[in-house]
Design a protein around this ligand. Structure first.
Ligand code: PGA
Length: 258
């Protein structure tokens, strides 16, 4: 963490809690978020829960994000949702390029860049995910993969350098496995991401929040967020139960006070 960047904790609910059961969890998180000044908290539930949660959270500090967006504004794209639709439903954030989208749904580097562009155009803050697979890490390709993924989206980010956004470093091997990256590996990747961005825009490199994602828990949040270039977390599994998410929020908030 660095005092010049406000920490951000986002919960990616994935394909869970898309109905009325989302309300109890969201209001529990909102209650905690209200106590923790100085910390930005975002939840990204399934599309089907967004409208109800927007009404529930109205006026509170807990922000809503979507898990995906289409790059076009409207048209014959069966099953897709545009950035304007997300804004109209109460979203201020959207995850783009999550590794599950890249792996299972064909999101390419260039499409991720188009989605980020669509988000900015609609005044939606993109949370752009990057990260290497286990095989890529073992082959020593981690930084090259990050460079390739960043390179595609960087012109879009730089063009909107003052708009709200975040980058999430999510090593694929750490997602949902219980095997989080150690703080040293996380810091190495985060520092690389920031340095790579600084090569094009020092302004953006200094202000962009780089979140860590992959098996974040209440037990490891403090060490991960204690790294100089880790500005928050994108949390999957531990974000869909208040007793797991609350300790992450509190550990992150405690660091802002120290
Ligand atoms: P995880 O997922 O916290 O369950 O590892 C993180 C993510 O996919 O964003």
């Amino acid at each position: 963490m660095n005092p010049s960047r406000r920490p951000l904790i986002a919960g990616n609910w994935k394909m869970n809690l898309g109905g009325p059961e989302s309300i109890g969890l969201a209001s529990g998180i909102a209650r905690v978020a209200r106590e923790l000044a100085g910390l930005d908290v975002v939840i990204c539930p399934p599309f089907t829960a967004l409208a109800a949660l927007a009404a529930e959270l109205d006026g509170g500090p807990l922000r809503l994000g979507a898990q995906n967006v289409h790059s076009k504004t409207s048209g014959a794209f069966t099953g897709e949702i545009s950035a304007d639709m997300l804004v109209a439903t109460g979203c201020t954030w959207v995850i783009v390029g999550h590794s599950e989208r890249r792996q299972f749904f064909g999101d390419t580097d260039s499409w991720v860049a188009e989605k980020a562009q669509a988000a900015f155009k609609a005044k939606l803050a993109p949370m752009v995910c990057v990260g290497e697979t286990e095989a890529q890490r073992e082959a020593g390709e981690t930084l090259a993969v990050l460079e390739r993924q960043l390179n595609a989206v960087l012109p879009v980010l730089v063009a909107h350098a003052r708009a709200p956004m975040a980058i999430a470093y999510e090593p694929v091997w750490a997602i949902g496995t219980g095997k989080a990256a150690g703080p040293a590996d996380a810091e190495e990747a985060h520092a690389f991401i920031r340095k790579y961005i600084a090569g094009t825009s020092e302004e953006l490199a200094a202000r962009v929040r780089v979140l860590y994602g992959g098996s974040v828990t209440g037990a490891n949040a403090r060490d991960l967020l204690g790294c100089a270039n880790v500005d928050g977390a994108l949390v999957g599994g531990a974000s869909i139960a208040i007793e797991k998410f609350e300790p992450i929020l509190r550990a992150s908030h405690a660091l802002t006070l120290s």
